[in-house]
Design a protein around this ligand. Structure first.
Ligand SMILES: [Zn+2]
Length: 288
């Protein structure tokens, strides 16, 4: 069925009280692991690609062509969106040209007026092409691809201004952080989330930094309009741990254990397990 926009997928999730996971991909193994799991669990899925990851894979076009070809060759029938994660204004246009089905424009570091102007332009472009667009208000904490956010809590009034531009989904900073959460983390700010959901009613919300947020907080956020949850670091951690275990056990030195298809297999299995757990937690299983 090819790749699809986030709009029908997330409006359905918003209405029915579950969330769809965005899993960031880095290479073929990552993509295959996430697609396989989504198909096995009959869950919709969002493949997230940062500009850095696209550059690593030698360009947006390579990523878009690979994902489309894999959806086809793997006979994937669940809805799959290919979404640019934390796109710049220029990067968003390039990803669209290359064939992505969805973009995030992260204008959170611009003054609100400039964020509004650029978001307005990209909303018009994506609407014309039948694609979806995520906008961000209030920087997400931590570092992602060199972009360091201060972990601000979004101003609900600014969220309303951006939501009213016609964005498909809105990411609002509510104390969430990219990467590992520090021991003294204060938790998600549910008062702000509730207020944002109240005044942007009808627009699905996005929770970034899904690694390490306690399950109860994840569930509570879903009950308050969060319909897309981004997971990136967790898959990286479990992949690295599984491959390290394989090498530490000396398995790469036995027979043809050095074959990358064997060497990376435990990492792929670990990603699949994590993705499955997240889909179950988010409630997207059998919602394809
Ligand atoms: Zn993010």
């Amino acid at each position: 069925m090819g790749i699809v926009s986030l709009e029908p997928m997330l409006l359905k999730a918003y209405k029915n009280g579950y969330a769809v996971g965005q899993f960031n991909i880095n290479n073929l193994e990552w993509t295959k692991a996430v697609l396989q799991t989504a198909q096995e669990l009959n869950s919709p899925v969002i493949l997230g690609v940062s500009e850095g990851a696209a550059k690593y894979m030698t360009g947006f076009k390579v990523v878009a062509d690979m994902v489309k070809a894999m959806v086809n060759s793997m006979k994937i029938t669940v809805p799959v969106a290919l979404h640019l994660d934390h796109g710049t204004y220029e990067g968003a246009k390039l990803a669209i040209e290359a064939g992505f089905s969805s973009i995030m424009f992260d204008g959170s570091h611009y003054p609100i007026q400039e964020n509004i102007e650029k978001t307005t332009e990209l909303v018009a472009l994506t609407r014309k092409l039948g694609l979806s667009i995520e906008a961000e208000v209030g920087a997400i904490g931590g570092e992602e691809d060199g972009v360091i956010g201060g972990g601000e809590v979004a101003d609900p009034k600014e969220c309303k201004m951006i939501a009213d531009l016609g964005v498909t989904i809105l990411a609002a900073g509510i104390g969430n952080i990219h990467g590992k959460y520090p021991a003294n983390w204060k938790g998600l700010n549910f008062e702000v989330l509730q207020e944002v959901n109240r005044i942007t009613k009808g627009v699905p919300l996005v929770l970034h930094g899904g690694t390490g947020i306690p399950d109860e907080m994840v569930k509570k956020s879903i009950s308050m309009g969060v319909s897309k949850i981004n997971v990136n670091t967790e898959c990286q951690l479990v992949f690295a741990a599984a491959v390290r275990k394989y090498i530490e056990a000396g398995l790469d030195l036995q027979g043809k254990g050095f074959d990358p298809r064997k060497l990376l297999a435990p990492g792929v299995e670990a990603i699949k397990k994590s993705v499955k757990e997240k889909m179950e937690l988010f409630g997207s299983v059998n919602q394809a």
